[in-house]
Design a protein around this ligand. Structure first.
Ligand code: HAM
Length: 415
């Protein structure tokens, strides 16, 4: 028997209320803050991600679903949502619109990772981007939106971690200092970090190896190496977050797994989280549009993993609304009544009343049991007698009260 590929899941009907709940809250937050929806293709030219996410990152080195298509082009299934949005921003001349341009997306994301709780090979992200302005007000807005989303979902005990990793002017100085610091301890580093030290030294800060973590405790802090404009930007941002009463903590070890970030980086985590617990993360990426061949357009954004949000909703026992379904069931006995049931179902649906029609010619008792299991409010019963009288029996499923109603009055009554 075939099974869903490792690291993927089927979202069955009983899971759908969670998905609709999260999506609906995500969309309302975006509407409140003036972000418009964009949908990008699920795959792009491989070069787009190598260029933006960065060739020294885990995503590009190990996790991309890359293949040559039948025309010989190298294609990659979207391993994140920011680069495709930036590509579309340039391709469709969105830089000609008043800036910043504010966009959001709900998208499936593909990463060849080792599957475990909260980590999948296909997952779904809700993300948004504000492109074309470097004002720290926008950083504050993007962080505020993330926080409001989690609040509106009813999630509690979350932490909001913030850091600034500088820009292309000041980061090289910090990286040189980092390398110097680690050079004295190189023998103790895990094998991965020995390689990272050359290729991507920032990533040593969030290595999960215990010894590397101990070493990171007294590592030089990026915020001590910011150039004056980055320092000013960070201090403005902190002021704005204070004005918004957002409970952030500055986390000197917070760096992100993608190379495009400049200045602000932030993450939202559940209180007692493991490595795979981060609910969402984002930050500023002031050089990315230029990297892709556009005029400079500083930007900031965020994305959250929907599966992880749902895991936390369940863990915290948040009740989500059930989805509306048909409230009427039609039961019948005999072939002629079956024909009438089909006509009635059609008339009801045309009048906008959702209906489930009985099938399979079962006993009335079995049909009523089915109606009960479906949780409908009313059952319409048609038998020989009802056919002759031109009336159906309308049963209220909560009170078990029954009354006779002429067929042609049912659509109006039930609506
Ligand atoms: P990211 O941190 O790589 O950022 O992913 C965002 C969120 O997606 C994570 O915080 C996590 O909740 C979820 N996620 C990531 N990988 C997996 C996985 N394998 N299984 C389940 N959930 C996962 C980005 O992708 C950036 N594009 C965010 C951004 C937007 N930065 C600026 N704008």
């Amino acid at each position: 028997m075939y099974q869903a590929p490792r690291g993927t899941t089927d979202i069955l009907p009983q899971e759908q209320p969670y998905w609709r709940f999260v999506e609906q809250k995500a969309v309302s937050v975006c509407q409140l803050y003036g972000y418009e929806r964009i949908d990008n293709p699920a795959f792009e030219d491989t070069g787009l991600f190598v260029r933006t996410v960065g060739s020294g990152t885990d995503i590009v080195e190990k996790e991309m679903y890359t293949f040559e298509d039948k025309g010989g082009d190298s294609i990659t299934l979207r391993p994140e949502g920011t680069a495709p949005v930036c590509r579309a921003y340039l391709e469709h001349g969105l830089h000609n619109l008043p800036q910043p341009v504010k966009l959001y997306y709900l998208a499936s994301i593909f990463r060849y990772e080792r599957p475990q709780a909260g980590r999948y090979r296909q997952h779904h992200q809700f993300g948004y981007e504000a492109i074309g302005d470097d004002d720290p007000v926008l950083d504050a807005e993007v962080i505020d939106m993330a926080w409001q989303l989690f609040l509106s979902l009813g999630l509690k005990r979350l932490s909001l971690n913030l850091n600034s990793i500088g820009c292309k002017e000041c980061r090289p100085g910090y990286l040189a200092r980092l390398k110097e610091y680690y050079a004295d301890h190189i023998g103790e580093l895990c094998p991965d970090c020995k390689v990272r030290l050359e290729r991507n030294p920032l990533r040593l800060l969030d290595c999960k190896n215990r010894v590397c973590q101990q070493m990171a405790e007294s590592v030089p802090k990026s915020i001590d190496y910011l150039c004056p404009p980055c320092e000013e930007h960070f201090s403005q941002l902190k002021k704005y977050l204070g004005l918004l009463s957002l409970p952030f903590v500055v986390d000197h070890l917070l760096v992100r797994g993608l190379d495009y970030y400049t200045r602000t980086v932030f993450e939202v985590q559940p209180e007692k989280g493991g490595a795979q617990s981060t609910l969402g993360g984002g930050g500023r990426y002031d050089d990315l549009i230029e990297e892709l061949g556009g005029k400079p357009a500083p930007a900031v954004g965020f994305a959250a993993g929907i599966e992880r949000i749902i895991l936390n909703l369940k863990k915290q026992g948040v009740a989500v609304p059930t989805l509306p379904g048909p409230q009427v069931f039609i039961a019948y006995l005999g072939e002629a009544a079956g024909d009438e049931a089909m006509k009635l179902a059609s008339a009801l649906r045309r009048a906008d009343v959702g209906v489930i029609e009985s099938t399979g010619g079962r006993s009335l008792k079995a049909q009523l049991r089915q109606a009960d299991n479906l949780g409908v409010r009313h059952t319409v019963i048609i038998g020989e007698q009802e056919l002759q009288a031109g009336m159906a029996v309308l049963r209220d499923m909560t009170t078990s009260e029954q009354k006779d109603v002429p067929f042609d009055q049912l659509p109006k009554l039930l609506r």
